[in-house]
Design a protein. Structure first.
Length: 739
């Protein structure tokens, strides 16, 4: 085993050899965590002679699991058939396949995806006579998932006052839903985490069986674990404490989906005898990029603390560009790509453009297409392939071409109108008999005896809606048409209310970006003296989509959100939109914990860069029909001036940076924060960030205030229960407490 250990640095070697008891490996970005985990498993097998059947390695992605298995196999050979390695969900499913009969399931249970959950919930909602126009199955599925991730049961939901009207229904929905899927011998994705914990609690002998089996447990990306995953691991190692977790609190960026940074911050509290190893040598980035990233993340309070260093050359400084507007920022990115290609002889695949939200990609996609630059999107689909965009485009296509039955079928019952597939099939048969198009047949639905008058009325209402927009299409400008359409059809409201906060904001932002895309197209068309039509726009979009498909290959500039960039690396990285309200995101500036997560998100982006890092922001951005002034991100101020360059304008740029650090600049950012606070605070005894107490949920802190008066919605994170709840002020029963 000596030869293997010689391939590790000193800290990695020590972490690999500390096989007994709890171990926390703080693995900084690019410090070789996958390598260390793989060597640790190999060391257990070869040096300690541990049977691989007694080792459990848990990761967060199948890709990471495959990579780790391949690395271990390269070290110890093909002896891993008994080794358990996989994601949390796959490991839990494997346990349940063995033990499911204890919980009333047979071993061949089905795992429901979200769509199947929604179909099951439709039945439950129907049985309870819950109005779907108020509470759709998707909305209920989303809330149910959040409840399960907090490891709560129906009886837990019956305690205390309901947060809103839907909360009154949730215990019964939850109970009936669980009974229903048990009858169907099914588990949903959240059950895969909950059921093993329930199994361990109800049957201590089974918990002991797996604790004895897995004498050594390794967990990757521990900073990303949620409460259920934390409980699962804690119960699994409660007997022997031979647990090794690898993670980086500075890369904890998934709090919005339930990850709890406190799991890694409090590891030493959970395991007082834990050995801690800090892997701080970075093998990825040059020295100046690392210094800049360190300077930013060190402003966070919620961290154990480490400082990355490298033996690589210091390299280039971080480039900062201040654009007049977002179009100039986009042009700057294109110029960077051209310079890297022609001056530095780089390939497209060497470069990545990162942004905070998916909605920001559209303007870059347009620019890259126009400049014949190949690109690919990671962690999402291309702008015009996103569902919310395709839904709106389908309406537009039907308005322009009523013969388009494919577009019609896509949107006839979206948003929900109660026009089902059976009804559409009946109308389609009538259209075939009468030799007319499907849309025209909808206007004659009263002639179809098999369709009831009530159903016919819904069809006619849809028909008249489309007819009205066909008429308006010749009277309105394209941008007026698409914005009115999004509002009048209910699409905009649908995406505002049907999803969790993060997804809703992302989808609504995408729709508004579509408005802007139409507006920009119209402006360009009008410059040529030709009045733009929505038909022209649809044709351009169709052509651009064809070009996208044709240019799809590996040698492409990568576009992605900062969240998607985690775990990847590129020689050249451009981080765009470095402005208050964008990075950090508007909704995350009022709460210090969320602001720190935004800072960690930037840190993740910065540490993706190997050789060159570009940061950019714009003084103004166009948001729909308005040009809005921007304030440069406070995170820019946290990068030391001597680590920033600006090409031939170094002197003037340095003066700009110094000005940004002035008291006037600080006051501007402070005023932004104050403006970002909910205006509702003025007439409320509650404030954002205020500690409160609830009789059921214990102590918590207010994260957000929405509305006013008794109907004000108060979002609270309860630290005692490790859950977040949105409460209506009138029923909240919250008591302000001292900090």
């Amino acid at each position: 085993m000596k030869s293997i250990l010689e391939n590790l640095n000193e800290v990695q070697r020590e972490a690999v050899q500390q096989t007994e008891g709890p171990v926390l490996i703080l693995a900084g970005a690019g410090s070789g965590k996958t390598r260390t985990l793989s060597y640790r498993v190999a060391y257990l097998m070869d040096s300690n002679k541990v049977d691989p059947a007694h080792i459990l390695a848990v990761t967060f992605t199948n890709k990471a699991a495959r990579e780790m298995r391949n690395r271990i196999e390269a070290l110890v050979g093909n002896r891993l058939s008994a080794l358990w390695i996989g994601t949390f969900h796959s490991i839990c499913a494997r346990i349940l396949r063995i033990e499911s009969e204890h919980l009333g399931y047979s071993k061949n249970f089905t795992i429901y995806d979200v769509d199947e959950q929604v179909r099951a919930l439709k039945k439950i909602i129907g049985l309870l006579s819950i109005p779907q126009q108020l509470y759709s199955p998707k909305m209920i599925q989303n809330r149910l998932s959040r409840i399960k991730n907090q490891f709560l049961y129906p009886e837990d939901r019956e305690q205390g006052k309901p947060a809103d009207e839907l909360d009154i229904y949730m215990p019964d929905i939850y109970r009936r839903y669980q009974n229903y899927i048990i009858e169907n011998n099914a588990l949903d994705f959240d059950d895969l985490l909950m059921k093993p914990i329930e199994l361990f609690e109800r049957f201590p002998e089974i918990r002991k069986k797996y604790a004895n089996k897995f004498k050594y447990v390794l967990v990757d990306e521990y900073q990303d674990t949620n409460h259920a995953q934390y409980l699962f691991i804690k119960k699994l190692v409660s007997g022997h404490h031979n647990i090794c977790v690898v993670g980086d609190e500075d890369q904890s960026i998934y709090g919005w989906r339930g990850a709890d940074i406190n799991n890694i911050l409090n590891f030493s509290r959970d395991f007082p005898d834990a050995k801690i190893f800090k892997m701080e040598e970075n093998y990825r980035s040059n020295g100046k990029i690392l210094a800049a990233a360190n300077a930013v993340v060190e402003n966070n309070k919620a961290r154990i603390g480490k400082k990355l260093w490298t033996n690589k050359p210091a390299g280039d400084k971080v480039s900062l560009f201040c654009a007049v507007d977002d179009r100039e920022e986009t042009k700057h990115i294109v110029d960077i790509i051209h310079d890297q290609m022609f001056t530095h002889k780089r390939s497209f695949k060497d470069m990545a453009v990162l942004y905070r939200t998916n909605a920001q990609s559209r303007i870059f996609e347009d620019a890259l297409r126009k400049n014949a630059i190949n690109y690919t999107i990671v962690g999402g689909v291309k702008f015009f392939e996103r569902k919310e965009i395709k839904d709106l485009l389908a309406y537009l296509k039907l308005i322009v071409n009523p013969h388009d039955s494919v577009s019609l079928k896509r949107i006839v019952n979206f948003p929900l109108r109660g026009i089902g597939e059976i009804t559409v099939n009946k109308i389609e048969k009538f259209a075939e008999i009468e030799n007319i198009i499907l849309f025209e047949a909808m206007g004659r639905v009263d002639e179809i005896a098999a369709i009831s008058p009530a159903m016919g009325a819904r069809v006619v209402e849809f028909y008249k809606l489309i007819k009205s927009f066909i008429g308006l299409s010749s009277e309105m400008s394209p941008v007026e048409l698409v914005s009115t359409l999004a509002s009048e059809t209910g699409i905009l409201n649908h995406y505002k209310t049907e999803y969790d906060q993060y997804e809703s904001e992302s989808r609504v932002s995408n729709i508004r970006e579509l408005f802007r895309s139409v507006e920009e197209f119209t402006e360009e068309k009008n410059k040529d003296g030709k009045p733009a039509t929505i038909s022209d726009y649809l044709e351009e979009v169709s052509l651009l989509t064809d070009v996208d498909t044709w240019n799809s290959n590996n040698n492409a500039v990568t576009l992605m959100t900062l969240h998607s960039a985690k775990g990847l690396e590129f020689p050249v990285v451009c981080i765009t939109g470095m402005e208050m309200g964008v990075l950090p995101l508007q909704r995350n500036t009022a709460d210090m914990e969320e602001l720190e997560e935004e800072r960690r998100l930037l840190y993740v982006g910065m540490t993706r860069a190997q050789e060159k890092l570009y940061l950019s922001y714009a003084k103004t951005r166009k948001k729909f029909n308005n040009v809005v002034d921007s304030v440069a991100s406070l995170f820019i101020d946290e990068i030391p001036v001597d680590l920033i360059e600006s090409g031939t304008e170094a002197l003037s740029q340095r003066e700009t940076i110094k000005k940004n650090r002035s008291s006037a600049r600080r006051k501007k950012i402070q005023s932004y924060f104050q403006a970002g606070q909910s205006s509702q605070e003025a007439d409320s005894e509650f404030k954002i960030g205020q500690p409160v107490y609830h009789a059921t949920f214990g102590k918590g802190k207010i994260k957000c205030l929405e509305g006013s008066g008794d109907k004000m919605k108060i979002t609270v994170f309860f630290t005692d229960e490790n859950i977040e709840k949105k409460l209506i002020k009138k029923y909240a029963n919250l008591t302000p407490i001292e900090s």
